[in-house]
Design a protein around this ligand. Sequence first.
Ligand SMILES: [Zn+2]
Length: 419
Amino acid sequence: MESDRSIIPSKVPLLVDLLAEMDVDQLPSPFDQHRVRIFHAICRSPGITRKDLIAYLEIRPGTVSTVVQQLTADRLVLEAPLSSHAARGRPEIPLYPNWMRWVAVSVFCVSMELHAVLINGADEILAESTREVPPTADNLEIEDSLTDLVNTVLSNVQRGSEVLAVSLSVAGIVNSATKEWIFSARWPRLRHLSLKRMQEILKVNIVVKRQLDVQLEYAMLRDRRLRDGNTLLFHWGYGIGGAFARNGSVVTSHTGVFCQIGHVSVYPESAKTCICGRTGCLEADAALWALAPEMARTHGPAPQNELELVEFLSTHPVSTTGYFRHALKSVAQALSHLLAILVPDRVLMYGPFLQNRDVAASLTAEVRNLSPPFVAESTVFETVPRAMSWNAPGSTLAYFRHAYESRLVSGNEKYRQSM
Ligand SMILES: [Zn+2]
C-alpha cells in the first residue's frame, strides 16, 4: 500500500457521480468502455472482488482480470492490504479506488485570512493551514503569504501522490487567463498580483478564479436542478457580492469584474469610508467589517471570521438592533437591483447573518417588496449554510475529474484535452 490513510471515504464522493456522466457507450474502444465500467463499479462498491465484477457487469473473466491488472498498474485501483485477505487465501482480493493517486491544493479567503487546504478527489481534507493577512499588505507580502501557505500544505503530500494544481479562489476581481489577482477591497494595496512567479517557484500549475464563481460552480455540480435557468449566488458576510449562472454556466466578463454589488455607491453623500477607498459603498453600510464596531458597542467584541461569527450571532441578538435593520434594508435594496437586472429563477443566499431564519425571511420579504412588478414574484430564495465549505472541493474537482477521466480513456481525444 502506498498510503496509510483509510481507503474507504465515509460517503460516495461527488467525483464518482461526475465520472458516471461519462458517455461510455460513445467510447470507440470496447476496452476503454470496460475500463470505465469496471472503475465505476469499484468506486460504487469499494471492496468488490474480481469475481463480483464478472457477475455484476457480465464481462468475461479474462477481460476483468486484464483490466484490473491495468488499473492497478496505473495506480487508479488498489488491492486490499495482504493482512486483511491472507486468511481467506487468494484470489478474491477486495479492490478499492485509489483516491490518493492525485491531490490538489485549494487556497481561499475567509474574512482577512487566507486558507490553504490539501485535498484528494474524494473530498478528504489531508492538511490545512491559515495565515492572517493585514489590510495593509501589498503584492509582495500577499505573494509571500501565499507561497508560504502553499508550501506548508504541500509538505504533507505523501509518497505516491501527484499534485495536480494549486487552485486559488479569492475575493474581488481576477483575470484567470493571465493568472492575475487584480483587486480585492480587503487588501486595497493589492494590484494586479501575477501568480506566475509563484508558479515557477512551486513548479505546480496555479489557477485563479473568483471565489463566488467557484462556489456557484460547485453548487451546480452538487445539485443538477441548479443547472436549469438562472441562478444567483448572493453572499452577505465579511464582504458583499454575487455570482450568476445561466443554464449551468457561470457568467463573467472579459475583465473579471462581475456582480461587484458591494462596492456600488448606495449613499453617495455618505461620509462612511469603504475599505476600497471610496465613500457610500453598500459594504461600508452593511458588510461584516463595517458592522463589527457597532456590534462591539452593543454586544461586545464580535469575531470578524465569518465561521466564528455564526456562533456569536446565535447568542447575541444583533438582528434586532437599529443599525442592523438599516443594514438589512440597504442589502435588500442592492439585491433587488440585481434581481431586476439578472432576473434569476432562484437566489442562493449565504453568509453568517443569513443563517438566522428571521433575517433571511426579512431580507426575502423586503427584496420582493422593493422589486419591480413581475420581478421576484416567482423567484425562489434559499439559504445555503455551508457554502464556505464548498471552496476546497469546488476549486479542485474539475482537475480530479479530468485526471481520472483522461487516465481511464487515455486513447480518447475528447478526454485527453489538457486543462
Ligand atoms: Zn467600496
